[in-house]
Design a protein. Structure first.
Length: 405
């Protein structure tokens, strides 16, 4: 049975880059006739594997699960969610959001249980393979300036090209360039996945032979190119920071890294300069809306996933951020569960940070906390949620005690 559990967990990790799922469109997934993807209940392939893992693992993990769900901070959170759901505009959407939340808490528990010191290489394989495949896909998407179609559709690739409304672009000189999506819902989520893979491999110290070390370097270069092609500003900065941190004692390596980063930076200078102020304004508009919504129900919140039903009252025209989540996970979470539901989260992350001993895990935690200041996908999209659950899981795994680099 344990072998089966490990196999299912490995398959679950393989599904991180895959969007394959069945979307449902009940009435509450529409706002004033507009279909909102964030509100659509979706059953993903990863959800199916989670259910299988839950069934075959529950018997020997039930004590750990009970310990987490009976903890005072969990009970306070549950209380806030119940009250927020009761008073929410669309309780069914809030219930669905709560179910997804507890699913990812369970994934974190399973990760903490499964990831051991000796299994570090084992769980790296899905990330490495997935990242190499994604890099190939985004390279061809970048060259074609559109989706590839065919078999990639079944991996979750959306159909898009330069003319698709709302597609992520960046300006290079006088030209608009499509940012590749891979099989992810947005280039930033893709970049976060590649970044996690890059960091996990970068800090891996279990390689002994020259061939293994050279292969590791080659894979890191390939994934690094993939990260560059996403044109995700924060992730590119964090990737450079991870390399500097890892090679901090090697002047030669640092010089090479600095030259490489400068080359990428000047390639991106158009995106950094031309789009930065526009993005800042759009994000501040959403922050203002989110703060106004929060103040309508600051104690228990408006209910998980109910942000969009309130947001429509503040957005009177079609804009690039029409019915988008606020690009800040802290304010978004405060909207969902209010001050009461936010306190357990603050306590949990404080506890996680102070007990972290591994530089690898500390850097990953710092990274998603930083990303959360500028984006929302860690809370709103399946793949971002799964990556967050995995990172939090390894923070409480044996790996946290064994890798100190």
């Amino acid at each position: 049975m344990r072998l089966l559990e490990r196999l299912v967990f490995l398959l679950l990790l393989f599904t991180f880059p895959i969007q394959l799922g069945r979307h449902f469109w009940p009435d509450f997934a529409f706002i004033q006739g507009i279909r909102i993807d964030y509100l659509s209940p979706t059953f993903y392939l990863s959800d199916l594997l989670f259910i299988v893992l839950f069934v075959i693992s529950f018997n020997h993990l039930k004590k750990k699960i009970w310990k987490v769900f009976s903890a005072p901070w969990t009970l306070i959170l549950l209380f806030a969610i119940v009250i927020g759901t009761f008073y929410s505009k669309t309780p069914l959407e809030s219930v669905y959001g709560a179910i997804k939340l507890f699913e990812f808490i369970l994934i974190a528990i399973y990760t903490a249980h499964f990831v051991k010191k000796e299994s570090y290489s084992f769980f790296l394989y899905p990330f490495i393979l997935g990242s190499l495949v994604e890099t190939i896909i985004i390279l061809f998407q970048f060259l074609a300036q559109k989706s590839l179609g065919g078999v990639f559709y079944f991996l979750g690739e959306r159909t898009f090209d330069l003319s698709t409304p709302g597609i992520a672009l960046f300006r290079l000189g006088d030209s608009l360039i499509l940012r590749p999506y891979g099989t992810f819902p947005h280039p930033n989520v893709l970049a976060f996945y590649l970044f996690c893979s890059f960091v996990l491999l970068l800090f891996h110290q279990g390689l002994r032979t020259t061939l293994q070390k050279n292969l590791k370097t080659a894979i890191l270069v390939v994934i690094g190119v993939g990260i560059g092609l996403t044109f995700s500003r924060v992730i590119i900065m964090l990737t450079a920071a991870s390399v500097f941190l890892h090679f901090r004692n090697s002047k030669k390596a640092l010089l090479i890294c600095l030259v490489s980063f400068c080359a990428f930076f000047f390639l991106l200078v158009g995106r950094f300069e031309n789009e930065f102020m526009r993005d800042v304004k759009l994000r501040f508009d959403l922050l203002s809306i989110a703060w106004n919504i929060f103040m309508t129900s600051p104690i228990f919140g408006i209910g998980i996933n109910n942000f969009y039903y309130h947001e429509i009252s503040y957005q009177k025209s079609i804009t690039p951020v029409l019915l988008q989540p606020v690009h800040n996970i802290y304010l978004l979470w405060a909207n969902y569960v209010g001050i009461i539901g936010s306190l357990p989260a603050v306590y949990f992350f404080y506890r996680t940070v102070i007990q972290t001993k591994s530089m690898l895990i500390a850097f990953l935690i710092f990274s998603f906390l930083l990303i959360g200041l500028f984006d929302h996908y860690i809370l709103t999209l399946q793949q971002g949620q799964m990556l967050l659950a995995f990172i939090l899981g390894i923070a409480y795994s044996e790996l946290n005690q064994s890798i100190k680099v």
